[in-house]
Design a binder for this molecule. Structure first.
Ligand SMILES: [Zn+2]
Length: 263
């Protein structure tokens, strides 16, 4: 790999965003009928057809006139949710696991919870990879942000953190190239939790590594350091609009969105 090129992880980009892209690319025409794989109920889900991303937050949430997280089919009968872009249908054993989870008392109580919260629950039951689970909980937290239930938003963020830590601590990640997005997201989670000392220590640990010297990483790290110094806990955009100067609009880097590997 040539120097100063983003890490391979950057090409794959944040798993969640790749899921968004995959769904976007494969989103059927509106009003197409979907059949719930659990209860076989047929319905027409409200799905988005397109969107425009003009920026992103430091937790990689896209900004602009775009649905985030991307809408997914949400069965009105059993409340199962799933990615329509899944190219590999669930095998019967997996389907049994999802069905059992969806019919459990704890899941039924989640009927009115955001769709990605429920998807994270069924994905945990399926023992999906830690990184994928972290991103689903992240998206669930985004959805709770739109409600008054801050406790749930924080709980989802904590779940995201737990799975992300498990991912970052896995042997394959520790021995491989730095997982660019996971590392930068972890810094944001430290800051959002008010753990400013660990946020700084985390950035000091990773910032010297070459993988973080190109692409968006230096800007993300610099912005994160400013927010940490100011003890700011809120979700924040990569760049503060007030920093923009007239006549020099920010050049938004187009996000490379590829289908998720292995899906
Ligand atoms: Zn259903």
């Amino acid at each position: 790999m040539a120097p100063n090129r983003p890490s391979p992880w950057f090409g794959a980009f944040l798993f969640f965003l790749t899921l968004i892209a995959a769904v976007q690319a494969l989103t059927p025409a509106p009003f197409e009928t979907h059949r719930c794989p659990v209860c076989r109920h047929s319905f027409e889900p409200l799905l988005a057809g397109s969107g425009t991303q003009t920026g992103m937050r430091l937790d990689f949430r896209p900004l602009g006139p775009i649905a985030t997280p991307w809408p997914i089919p949400d069965c009105p009968k059993c409340h199962n949710v799933w990615f329509p872009s899944e190219t590999t249908p669930l095998v019967s054993r997996e389907l049994q696991t999802v069905a059992k989870t969806v019919r459990s008392t704890s899941y039924v109580r989640l009927a009115s919870a955001p769709s990605y919260h429920r998807l994270a629950v069924t994905s945990e039951a399926l023992k999906k990879p830690a990184r994928e689970l972290a991103m689903l909980w992240l998206a669930a937290g985004w959805q709770w942000e739109g409600t008054t239930n801050r406790l749930q938003e924080r709980a989802c963020r904590n779940q995201c953190t737990a799975w992300l830590d498990r991912h970052l601590d896995s042997k394959s990640v520790r021995n491989g190239a730095p997982d660019f997005e996971a590392v930068l997201l972890r810094a944001d989670l430290f800051r959002r939790a008010g753990d400013f000392d660990n946020a700084t220590a985390w950035l000091n640990r990773w910032a010297p590594q070459p993988a973080f010297h190109s692409g968006l990483a230096p800007r993300i790290i610099a912005r994160q350091r400013l927010l940490i110094a100011a003890r700011i806990l809120n979700p924040e955009p990569l760049e503060d609009p007030s920093m923009r100067r007239p006549g020099t609009p920010l050049k938004a880097r187009p996000l490379k969105l590829a289908p998720p590997a292995g899906h």
